[in-house]
Design a protein around this ligand. Sequence first.
Ligand code: ZN
Ligand code: ZN
Length: 350
Amino acid sequence: MILRALGTFGFSLTVLMMPVLSNAQGVVVGGSTPENRITILYDAFGKDASMRKDWGFSALVEIAGKRILFDTGDDRDIFAANVKAKNVDLTNLDFVVLSHRHGDHMAGLAHVLSVNPKVKIYAPKEGFGVYGSSLPSSFYRKVEALPPEMRYFDGKPPEVMTFGSAWQGANFELIDKTTEIAPGITLIALVSEAAGTRELKELSLAINTPGGVVLVVGCSHPGIDRIVEAAATINPKIQLIAGGFHLVVASDDAISKIVATLKDTFKVENIAPGHCTGEATFAALKQAFGDRYIYAGVGTALDIGSGAGAGQRRGQVSALDADDLVSYRRLAAREDPFGLATWRRRLANK
Ligand SMILES: [Zn+2]
Ligand SMILES: [Zn+2]
């Protein structure tokens, strides 16, 4: 278990403040401190009456002295309300990670920027994407014989052409390939090959702790199995996965395969699924992982490194109870995040 595993490491203060070097597994960060935790700020189920539920994902990751905001939810006002309910100080972040360009992960960024306009934001690098991009002007064909007024930039283009982001002036750092952005903290960059999200690049956050990799995923469009495979190259011990696994419309067969891959191939220790993981997958993961399944709805604080945390519900509860199912289904149906309702309507009208 994450909690027990981390609790066995007796880190001195010096070790806690500095990255621990380990030859076999690269840089390891963090130790057993009460500040090591993941707080779910946005999701469509949860038990915290002070939080609002909505389709989307956001989590505050506090680990190894770093405060990382991973994704920002689906609605600026709901995000702001949930941040307030949890007393999260957005002016004091080390950085933000936007996993991918879907609205249910980005809409709260406007609120983040309103209180912390210069915060560093890591986002996937995509050509002509919403986070901005650039290209050498040599990319387009030139016809020198044309009169200047018919040519781009009168025939004198800048060497590098930059393309604006949807948040002008925001401090984006675009990530193209998997990158260790700070000692022990890696952004895994993978591209989806699935129909509907082909070519979509997604970042997942992998933190190499003494207890193994803590992996936070947004929607897992490239495939949770591929993301975990990449994380396992940092450290084969996967301590915890939190976030959306994107199996909300997957078949039982596909779900069983993924569950077996996570449990048996990668020997994932703890699982805290949320967002687009899907109800059937919640149930299958609960069955497979037992008390290593950690309930992580909006408002849950997953303590990594000190015993049982407040608001953390393990083993004894069902994956999603009746109240949760009602809100999760209602929000999933309203948002139609995968275009299924539209698709069914079209089929029905044929
Ligand atoms: Zn999503
Ligand atoms: Zn998505």
